[in-house]
Design a protein around this ligand. Structure first.
Ligand SMILES: [Zn+2]
Length: 245
C-alpha cells in the first residue's frame, strides 16, 4: 500500500510503501512526474498495488519496475475530512513501519482499517483503532484494562496515563492527574476494550461517544510523541479542517 509519494527532480517520484512481506520500502518511480502513462494513479496514497522493484546496491532507495493496481482508495480521499483522517493513518504507518523488515500484521491492519472506512466505519473510531493497534503491534501499548501499579481492573472508574511510569494507573494509585498525564474515563477504557477485541469491520455502524474516544486520541498523541519525538503534520491539518468547519 502506498503511504507517501514525493516529487524527485523534474520527472521522478519517491514512493514509500508498506508491503506485506518486506515492511517499509522506499523506491523511485522513474518518469512518474513527467508521464502519467506508466503509473497512472497507481501511486496515489493508499493504493494497493502489486509492486515489482529492484534493490540497488549501496542505496536504500529501490527502483520501481511496475506497480499494478489491485485496489484503489483514491475516491475515498475526495471527501476532505475522510481524506485527512486517512492521511493521518498513512503518516503514522510511515513512522512506525520498519524498513525492509517483514511486518505483515501491520500491513493487514492498515488494509483492514482503510477498507472499513470505505464501508462506513465511523472516522474517529477508525483513527483510534489504527492508533491503538499501531502501538499494540509494536509492543508499546500500555495496558488499558488494569492498573500498571496495583494490577486492579480499571473498569468503570477508568484511570490516568502517567508518562513517567509509561502506564495507566487506577484512581486509587493516582488520585490526581500527573503532569502531562491523560485522564481516561470508564467510557474510554470500554472503547479501548472494544477496539482490542474486535476486527475493524465488526465495528462498522458502531457509534462511540466523543467522551470515550477523545481521551484515547490524547493518549495516542502523548505516547507517539514520547516514542518518536514528533507531532504528526496530518493531525494539524485535520484539526485546522475541523476548526474551520
Ligand atoms: Zn492501582
Amino acid at each position: 500500500m502506498v503511504l507517501r509519494s514525493q516529487p524527485l527532480g523534474e520527472s521522478d517520484r519517491i514512493v514509500t510503501f508498506l508491503t506485506r512481506s518486506a515492511g517499509k520500502v522506499r523506491a523511485v518511480a522513474k518518469g512518474a512526474r513527467r508521464s502519467k502513462r506508466r503509473f497512472g494513479s497507481n501511486l496515489e496514497p493508499l493504493s494497493r498495488v502489486r509492486l515489482h522493484y529492484f534493490e540497488r546496491e549501496g542505496s536504500d532507495l529501490a527502483r520501481i519496475e511496475a506497480a499494478d493496481l489491485l485496489e484503489s482508495f483514491y475516491r475515498l480521499q475526495e471527501d476532505p475530512e475522510r481524506g485527512a483522517i486517512l492521511a493521518c493513518m498513512a503518516e503514522v504507518a510511515d513512522a512506525f513501519a520498519r524498513e525492509q523488515q517483514e511486518d505483515e500484521s501491520y500491513f493487514r491492519l492498515l488494509h483492514a482499517v482503510v477498507r472499513a472506512v470505505r464501508d462506513g466505519m465511523d472516522l474517529d473510531l477508525a483513527a483510534r483503532y489504527f492508533e491503538i493497534w499501531t502501538l499494540r503491534l509494536h509492543g508499546v501499548l500500555p495496558s488499558l484494562s488494569s492498573c500498571a501499579r496495583c494490577g486492579n481492573e480499571l473498569g468503570a472508574r477508568g484511570g490516568v496515563y502517567d508518562r513517567r511510569e509509561g502506564g495507566v494507573l487506577c484512581r486509587r494509585c493516582a488520585p490526581g492527574r500527573p503532569p502531562g498525564g491523560v485522564v481516561l474515563p470508564g467510557q474510554a477504557v470500554e472503547a479501548a476494550g472494544d477496539i482490542l477485541r474486535r476486527a475493524p469491520e465488526a465495528l462498522i455502524g458502531r457509534e462511540v461517544a466523543a467522551h470515550g474516544l477523545a481521551p484515547l486520541a490524547d493518549l495516542a498523541e502523548v505516547v507517539f510523541f514520547d516514542l518518536t519525538d514528533r507531532r504528526f503534520k496530518s493531525y494539524e491539518v485535520l484539526r485546522a479542517l475541523r476548526g474551520s468547519g
